[in-house]
Design a protein around this ligand. Structure first.
Ligand SMILES: CC(C)(COP(=O)(O)OP(=O)(O)OC[C@H]1O[C@@H](n2cnc3c(N)ncnc32)[C@H](O)[C@@H]1OP(=O)(O)O)[C@@H](O)C(=O)NCCC(=O)NCCS
Length: 174
């Protein structure tokens, strides 16, 4: 049997909103402890909202596609306000379980970093990861993120407390 070919990685456009919302639902159900959002109230699960955000500035989602099928994604959002707009957050990093361990997660995160480097005056990329998701933390370290602290009891999922590792990557000096 031929191995599955590597996917195409590209920025989503507003016309990808429905596919993204389906993927978003899959990620929240697959790994609840990796995401603060829950499927019932999640803003990233609102198709019209996603479509509008994808058309606007300071917001992007990079997706991995096998043909038409979206199998992984990573989001980035810039903070607003004069004193905060030098920062952006990477969020919603997920690869379908049967496609992990082939470098797709790393490609997605590297592409979001490239996107952020193209935003004028952006200096700092931030993210946080559940302290018990070591594969995610290793991935972020591989692409240059440094942990600066661990927030205890950031999430409670099914009655279990999880700490959150906060990480930063400087993309432009002051
Ligand atoms: C974290 C996550 C996105 C990583 O996705 P991925 O596609 O498996 O990531 P990669 O393939 O780039 O890296 C995973 C591992 O495969 C290895 N790898 C990459 N390409 C490989 C290849 N061709 N052959 C063998 N191994 C490979 C990497 O070195 C890495 O190894 P490590 O875990 O020992 O460091 C994925 O595990 C996931 O969706 N997890 C659940 C959600 C989650 O935790 N998201 C993060 C929220 S903060």
């Amino acid at each position: 049997m031929n191995p599955t070919p590597l996917p195409t990685v590209r920025a989503l456009t507003p016309s990808d909103a429905a596919a993204y919302v389906a993927l978003r639902r899959a990620m929240l159900l697959d790994t609840p402890r990796a995401f603060a959002a829950d499927p019932e109230t999640d803003r990233g699960s609102d198709e019209a909202g996603v479509r509008t955000s994808l058309a606007g500035p300071g917001y992007a989602i990079v997706g991995a596609f096998e043909g038409e099928a979206l199998i992984g994604a990573a989001g980035i959002i810039r903070q607003s306000g004069r004193k905060l707009m030098h920062r952006a957050y990477i969020w919603g990093v997920w690869v379908r379980p049967d496609r992990r361990g082939r470098g797709i997660g790393e490609q997605l995160v590297r592409r979001t970093i490239e996107t952020a480097r193209g935003w004028s005056d952006l200096r700092v990329l931030c993210l946080s990861a559940n302290a018990e998701q070591p594969a995610a933390i290793r991935l972020y370290e591989r692409v240059g993120f440094k942990a600066w602290g661990v927030e205890p009891a950031m999430l409670i999922v099914d009655g279990v407390e999880y700490g959150e590792v906060h990480m930063q990557l400087r993309v432009r000096s002051g």
